[in-house]
Design a protein around this ligand. Structure first.
Ligand code: GSH
Length: 225
């Protein structure tokens, strides 16, 4: 293994990190984590991330878990995709955490209650879908004023959003079609060579389990077992 190791599964939060690694042009080794088979609960993996989720990076022996923490760590370390000046940095951090604590978990819960929950729960479905819509509306208004979430420049805040924008069709019936500025940002990012390479990583055959069966449901949602 090299100096930078990326513990990865082809899912929304790791994809944010895949994009940044490719944008910076770093050399990294990929360790696939078969979350559908429960590899995130192996003691060796839990010693890297006590939260037992991907992504994790080991950067020159420094362990970083949580996609958004990894984005910030790498952007700061390499001095890229986050402005140095106070005002631009503050805006980028604000939008990064908006995505980290809002768009990401609400999208995840919307996907859960619309597509995976073992019972039909209309209140939860409505609550999470409406919150996803509200977050995209906030982003749409922001992008009517500035080209990127952080302001004038493409940043880790946009990369964090891209991870979940790619999965908007799973969270929202109409995908991003009600949000033209958000859609345009998504297309702009997706057209970048780094995004093409990140998508190629997602498509690479690591032999990971694809089938979402009862065992996988038990592993991912143990509270229902
Ligand atoms: N806040 C964490 C969330 C990570 C997360 O939910 N990862 C999912 C894949 S997108 C995962 O590892 N799921 C497996 C599980 O929950 O057991 C982050 O942004 O990294």
């Amino acid at each position: 293994m090299g100096d930078l190791v990326f513990h990865f599964h082809p899912s929304p939060n790791p994809m944010k990190v895949a994009l940044l690694l490719e944008e910076i042009g770093l050399d990294y080794d990929v360790v696939p984590v078969d979350t559908f088979r429960g590899a995130q609960h192996d003691p060796a993996f839990r010693s890297l991330n006590p939260n037992a989720k991907v992504p994790v990076i080991v950067d020159d022996e420094t362990i970083v878990f949580d996609s958004n923490a990894i984005l910030l760590h790498l952007a700061d370390k390499h001095g890229q995709f986050i402005p140095k000046a106070d005002r631009g940095r503050a805006a980028t951090l604000s939008w990064l955490f908006f995505v980290a604590t809002g768009l990401s978990p609400f999208s995840g819960q919307a996907v859960h209650f619309w597509r995976m929950a073992p019972e039909d729960l209309p209140y939860a479905k409505n609550r999470y879908r409406k919150e996803v819509i509200r977050h995209y509306e906030v982003m749409e208004r922001r992008l009517n004023e500035v080209p990127f979430l952080g302001g004038d420049d493409y940043s880790i805040a946009d990369m964090a959003a891209w991870g979940w924008m790619s999965y908007a069709a799973y969270a929202l019936a109409e995908g991003l079609s009600d949000f033209p500025k958000v859609s345009a940002l998504f297309e702009t990012i997706s057209a970048r060579p780094a995004a093409t390479r990140a998508m190629a990583l997602k498509a690479r055959d690591f032999g990971l389990k694809q089938e979402f069966d009862a065992d996988t449901a038990r592993i991912l949602f143990p509270q229902n077992a």
